[in-house]
Design a protein around this ligand. Structure first.
Ligand SMILES: [Fe+2]
Ligand SMILES: [Fe+2]
Length: 280
């Protein structure tokens, strides 16, 4: 059986999206939804409630005035932000595992994912792309495909090392050559199975080949650039993290300058500790 077929089969046993997120997704485009319904959904989980309050009061989610009740926190955040937050809180626990195939220690992937999510949002703010929604979630989930491919990389470790040493190919190209799929597409497949919104699926699927994006281009470009920035800062690089190429078209299209990168890197660093504490 080819690796691609095995990987596709493996997706079926990949954990489902948490049921609360599925219910929240159903409310996303429902203009009639009221926050009491959402409150009823989350209030029986005390850990989640506490974290929603912490996040609603965090600088990251734009807090200017402290809120003390779940209802007030939910009203402040709005449906999309609540979904983003619950997804972040529930999925982040899955990103704390070590991935020996990629040479990532426990928490490396979580740190890299949070860094990318925050940097992508900071880039969107800085470049005035405020209409790009769900960017934090797309950033947080962008490397979810690593979880799926890691066991296969472990099996083929020798071939990967040889290919990376001898070819001038990017790492995702080596994944494609050896496994028949790269981790960006694998991540997109998981998220499509979870029936996440098409912008998140497209951003994750395209984060290493953003020039090929046909929809949700801005979001895909920003995730790619934030990811590259995260790797260049040495956040969660693992063994192959630096084998990725920056897309010059994205840099040009979003009008990115060196001073933007320095600004975003320092702002992201400021917010990392707060978010890492909440999301782990
Ligand atoms: Fe990636
Ligand atoms: Fe990444």
């Amino acid at each position: 059986m080819t690796y691609l077929k095995q990987i596709e089969d493996h997706i079926d046993s990949f954990p489902e999206m948490p049921s609360m997120c599925r219910q929240l997704l159903g409310y996303l485009d429902d203009p009639q939804v009221d926050f009491t319904t959402i409150k009823d959904l989350v209030q029986y989980d005390p850990g989640l409630t506490a974290n929603i309050l912490r996040l609603a009061n965090s600088v990251h989610f734009g807090a200017v005035r402290k809120v003390n009740s779940l209802q007030a926190a939910l009203t402040r955040l709005g449906t999309r932000k609540i979904l983003e937050l619950v997804l972040s809180l529930t999925v982040s626990s899955r990103l704390t595992v070590s991935l020996p195939g990629y040479g990532l220690q426990a928490r490396d992937l979580l740190r890299h994912s949070i860094w990318t999510a925050v940097a992508a949002q900071e880039l969107a703010n800085l470049l005035n792309m405020k209409q790009v929604e769900m960017i934090f979630t797309a950033g947080l989930l962008h490397d979810l495909g690593l979880l799926l491919l890691d066991p296969f990389i472990q099996k083929e470790r020798l071939r990967f090392n040889q290919a990376v040493d001898t070819l001038e190919a990017s790492f995702e190209q080596v994944e494609q050559d050896i496994l028949g799929i790269d981790h960006a597409r694998a991540g997109g497949m998981i998220l499509a199975k979870w029936q996440l919104t098409p912008d998140i699926v497209a951003g994750v699927r395209g984060h290493h080949q953003p020039e090929q994006a046909t929809a949700y281009k801005e979001l895909t470009f920003l995730i790619h650039l934030a990811d590259m920035l995260s790797l260049s800062e040495g956040i969660g690089t693992g063994e192959y993290g630096l084998q990725h190429n920056v897309c010059p078209l994205c840099v040009k299209k979003v009008g990115l300058k060196k001073e933007h990168l320095e600004y975003v890197a320092s702002k992201t660093l400021d917010r990392m500790n707060e978010l890492e504490n909440i999301l782990s």
